[in-house]
Design a protein around this ligand. Structure first.
Ligand code: ADP
Ligand code: ASP
Ligand code: MG
Length: 428
């Protein structure tokens, strides 16, 4: 089997959906499984719906209607005549019942919220956001089938079993492998990325941007020959092109190097994706859905990065915190363990740390906006000096020019280097 994954950007509109079909038809449908994310920014829209609902703000119903409309608009555009799409396909699509399917998914979403009695935000989150992937996979499957590419729609919640750590669920590999092997045979199938279910059948999610990971889970369980994630970039570049100019395509990346890049925050691949693939030496291709005939990047068991050049990763909106004891005593193991306990309790994601005799410095992401509470708790026992809104730059395979490029015009608050990796905390 081969596994393809198409993210939100690839299916953000009707043109995207048509293009995905073309990519799949060109690459061949034999022994293929496809994982699809929610369309465009649908998951963000669903997050807004939840936060409006939680504020007891009735506009959440309006937001649900807006999302319904946005999906119907894509369907309606797909129904329109388009060069290269035969009339018979269009009429099959019009008669596929897709609008009814969308309506019933939206009703299930409303029902989920109206019936909700749980005070557990993460639980509610998962029961709600899954609807984005349900909508996208239904639309893409209906379009594929109408256009003569016979496709089975599968509910990922019946394939991927997880624990009940809502919003960041851990995969139950044994159970999932059994279900996936039973259900996913040779015929083309489409399933949702990002979602699974716990032992009680409640929906769980694997963490934001988790569809890459879904592709890796399926590939691992099916002993797939490869995974391809289709992106709006030519492959993995040596930096995010939204932030850096003159980026260079990385042709070959060893698994461990890709794990490091993802770990430091290269958001092009979800960090959990690579380990299952490395375990079975399944290659991961990262390719452009706009130029599918180009080679892109292959991540596999090679010795070194090719080309071996500096790679840059930036994480913005981080907090830099310097902590010292109130009585000038050393910061020892007990303090460090205490500080980490607080960081973990407030769900801070640490990107860098450094300790000296009398102080301890940490750079972290305040993903859940809990900085005020964290500081209040730490201040009871320590002197703390926070600097908010800093950027954490990581340069793998750094050299003098690379450091200069990052440092120029910025104020460097801390610099840390190992043989391969240089990290800088800067205020821009
Ligand atoms: P998906 O549609 O699969 O969700 P993402 O938006 O998550 O795709 O990932 C693609 C984006 O990742 C690109 O548009 C690019 O801006 C960003 N990106 C960050 N780092 C890199 C990198 N090193 N190489 C390529 N793209 C990168
Ligand atoms: N739709 C989910 C998200 O936006 C999962 C994914 O896109 O990978 O986070
Ligand atoms: Mg994404």
């Amino acid at each position: 089997m081969r596994i393809f994954k198409f993210g939100g950007a690839s299916i953000k509109d009707a043109t995207g959906v048509r293009n995905v079909l073309q990519v799949v038809q060109t690459m061949g449908v034999d022994n293929l499984g496809i994982v699809i994310s929610a369309m465009g920014k649908t998951t963000n829209a669903l997050e807004d719906i939840i936060s409006s609902y939680q504020k007891n703000d009735a506009t959440y119903l309006q937001l649900i209607d807006d999302l319904h409309k946005a999906h119907l608009e894509i369907v309606e555009e797909l129904e329109m005549p388009f060069e290269g799409v035969k009339e018979v396909c269009l009429s099959r699509f019009r008669e596929s019942g897709i609008k009814k399917d969308i309506k019933s998914i939206m009703e299930s979403l409303k029902g989920e919220m109206l019936r909700n009695k749980s005070k557990n935000y993460s639980f509610l989150y998962d029961q709600v956001v899954c609807h984005g992937e349900l909508l996208s996979t239904k639309i893409v499957t209906a379009f594929f089938n109408a256009c003569g590419t016979a496709t089975n729609w599968k509910d990922a919640r019946q394939l991927i079993k997880t624990d009940h750590k809502y919003r960041d669920a851990g995969v139950n590999w044994q159970e999932s492998e059994k279900l996936i092997k039973e259900s996913c045979q040779r015929e083309l199938f489409i399933t949702q990325g990002f979602i699974g279910s716990d032992e009680n059948g409640f929906t769980t999610t694997l963490g934001r941007e988790g569809s890459d990971y879904t592709a890796a889970v399926l590939a691992y369980c099916l002993d797939a020959s490869s995974v391809t994630i289709w992106k709006d970039v030519p492959g993995v570049l040596n930096a995010d092109p939204r932030v850096f100019e003159n980026t260079v395509l990385l042709h070959k990346i060893p698994y461990n190097e890709a794990i490091e890049l993802a770990f430091y925050g290269a958001s092009v691949i979800h960090p959990k994706t690579l380990q299952p693939l490395q375990g079975k030496e399944i290659p991961l291709y990262v390719k452009s859905f706009l130029q599918p005939d180009r080679d892109g990047t292959i991540i596999t068991a090679v010795e070194t990065l090719e080309p071996l050049i500096p790679c840059y990763i930036v994480r913005k909106n981080m907090v830099f915190l310097k902590i010292s004891s109130r009585d000038f005593s050393f910061i020892g193991e007990n303090n460090i363990s205490d500080i980490f306990h607080e960081l973990s309790r407030h769900k801070m994601q640490v990107g860098l740390l450094q300790n000296s005799a009398i102080s301890f410095s940490i750079c972290f992401e305040d993903k859940y906006h809990k900085i005020k509470e964290l500081l209040k708790d730490l201040e009871k026992r320590y002197k703390v000096s926070p600097v908010e809104d800093v950027s954490l730059y990581t340069i793998r395979h750094y050299n003098g020019d690379a450091i200069q490029l990052v440092e120029s015009g910025k104020s460097v608050l801390l610099k840390q280097r190992t043989q391969e990796t240089l990290q800088l905390i800067v205020k821009e």
